[in-house]
Ligand binder design. Structure first.
Ligand code: NAP
Length: 287
């Protein structure tokens, strides 16, 4: 058996077409501010991709680039100004080491926090209010929803416990009645845990780290990790896993495009919601 691929690229295109349709008749384009500090090549690439996709669907994306040695207060002041003018703000992470990601992200007003970066948004996730959940966990959940793969009653194992991926994703899966385990670099005998997963989600960033002997037959496997090796983009999941899993969200083409779609959908919703607090772009499930 070969796993069915969860085609994030196709689903993201469908979501973005809907967003485009929802904003085409607005009197002004929604405005997204993207803040980048320094010239980390991956951050340059990701911000360019987000800006291009935003412009394609009718969102005005403004890139604010600071040097890698910028003073933290200057970035915070810029974000505070942007809070008053744009519909959504995202800070491209990681930031250079001398900057506090927490303090900079927390300068974003919660209603502009379209990437779910602030402590307030994370607290909302804890309380099962996911208006501004972080985009990557939201992307994973939405991809599963779009393929009608419910988490209720499932054993979900997440490898990775970062504040913006593993931890909020675990809470979101818990709110969908999954039984959740979170593994990390100090977990002894990782395979013992991953082999019990009905749904295995890996967000580590080590190429082909999860091999087919580490998964349960017919598992749903979601690859979140992105790393570069030999000039190629690789995920955490070894390609052989496709022979054993029932469903696989691959890298590239799985969670990555969905993450951008979640960000841009949130920008459009922030704009529409500001104009009419009752409106929200309807997902397939709500229709
Ligand atoms: P991160 O903060 O570096 O977290 C990595 C996690 O992996 C940590 O919790 C770490 O454990 C765990 N880990 C490292 N080695 C391990 C091992 N040997 N066994 C088990 N766990 C191990 O990274 P992140 O920001 O969460 O991102 C994770 C990956 O997702 C990266 O590859 C990133 O590029 C990718 N990403 C993808 C998207 C997308 O749209 N697809 C978006 C954002 C990020 P400790 O906590 O113990 O150190």
């Amino acid at each position: 058996m070969v796993a069915q691929l969860l085609d994030g690229k196709k689903i993201a295109a469908k979501i973005l077409a809907k967003v485009q349709q929802a904003i085409v008749s607005l009197p002004q384009k929604p405005r997204l501010a993207i803040v980048r500090c320094g010239d980390d090549p991956a951050s340059v690439l990701y911000t360019a991709m987000k800006q291009k996709k935003a412009e394609e669907i009718g969102i005005q994306a403004e890139l604010y680039v600071f040097s890698g040695t910028i003073d933290q207060q200057k970035v915070i002041e810029k974000i505070q100004c942007l809070n008053a003018t744009v519909d959504g703000i995202m800070v491209q992470l990681p930031l250079p080491a001398h900057l506090s990601e927490r303090q900079i992200c927390d300068a974003i007003d919660i209603d502009k926090d379209v990437d779910g970066l602030t402590q307030q948004s994370l607290a909302q996730v804890m309380n099962n209010q996911e208006l501004h959940a972080p985009a990557t966990p939201k992307a994973v959940i939405r991809l599963l929803d779009e393929y009608h793969l419910p988490l209720a009653g499932k054993q979900v194992v997440i490898v990775g416990r970062s504040a913006l991926i593993g931890k909020p994703l675990a809470i979101m899966a818990l709110h969908r009645d999954a039984t959740v385990s979170i593994c990390h670099s100090k977990t002894p005998d990782l395979a013992k845990h991953t082999r019990h997963a009905d749904v295995l989600i890996s967000a580590v960033g080590k190429p082909h780290f999860i091999t087919s002997d580490m998964i349960q037959e017919n598992a749903i496997v979601i690859d979140v990790g992105i790393s570069k090796q030999d000039n190629q983009t690789k995920g955490d999941i070894h390609p052989d896993v496709i022979q054993k899993a029932a469903f696989l969200a691959p890298v590239p083409g799985g969670v990555g495009p969905m993450t951008i779609a979640m960000l841009l959908e949130a920008v459009a919703e922030a704009k529409i919601y500001k104009m009419n607090p009752r409106e929200k772009i309807k997902s397939e499930k709500e229709e």
